[in-house]
Design a binder for this molecule. Structure first.
Ligand SMILES: Cc1cc2nc3c(=O)[nH]c(=O)nc-3n(C[C@H](O)[C@H](O)[C@H](O)COP(=O)(O)O)c2cc1C
Length: 184
């Protein structure tokens, strides 16, 4: 099973991307977690561009998200919600409506911020947005607060309890995805 890991932050030293790198290490047996980093290449969503010949970056997004068994999103919180770049990628991946990459896709949401609340509002908004696209949102949020204290200089997780909760998110996402694939 292949889970795509999508960070809502483009920053080189992003805590959210570090969280996804930790997810690669914590993946259950038989599950490959793969980081996808195409958000910064996407044009701003424009329905006039969304025709039979969409931009190349959009094609790559739809192919990558569409072919993954599941997607794990890690989002920062910008001004109380989801970063614009991530929302833009989701808008592109939500069309064409009935054959969109996100329709019936198993997805889970985690997130971190340097503040006290661990991007909780952004995670709640992201789950709502993904639900509206027709994705199957699985499991609970994982708010990682004071993110600057949770990783070492190489971006590795310092907190064993957090690693355990991350494993639980991955286990739940993998189990739900396997169950849906079995029933199909
Ligand atoms: C434009 C902007 C808005 C932000 N707004 C919030 C916010 O509403 N809540 C919060 O907890 N942190 C906020 N932050 C702080 C981010 O959570 C923090 O920079 C975090 O490390 C970003 O994630 P990253 O490390 O994955 O890039 C904001 C940061 C930026 C740049």
């Amino acid at each position: 099973m292949r889970i795509l890991a999508v960070s809502g932050s483009l920053r080189a030293d992003s805590h959210n991307t570090s969280l996804l790198r930790a997810a690669i290490d914590e993946a259950p047996e038989g599950v490959e977690v793969e980081l996808w980093e195409g958000i910064g290449e996407l044009p701003v969503y424009d329905q006039d561009l969304d025709d039979d010949d969409p931009p190349e970056a959009v094609r790559r997004l739809r192919e990558a998200w569409g072919s993954a068994d599941a997607i794990l999103f890690a989002t920062p919180e910008y001004n109380g919600s989801v970063p614009g770049g991530l929302k833009n990628a989701i808008d592109w991946a939500s069309r064409p409506r009935l054959e969109a990459a996100l329709v019936n896709k198993n997805v889970a949401v985690i997130g971190s911020s340097t503040g006290q609340f661990g991007a909780m509002w952004a995670q709640a908004d992201l789950k709502r947005i993904l639900g509206l696209t027709g994705a199957r949102v699985v499991g609970e949020e994982l708010p990682v607060m004071r993110a600057h204290e949770k990783f070492d200089a190489e971006g590795r997780l310092l907190d064993g309890k957090l690693a355990e909760r991350l494993r639980l998110v991955l286990d739940t996402l993998a189990a739900e995805t396997a169950a849906v694939e079995l029933a199909a």
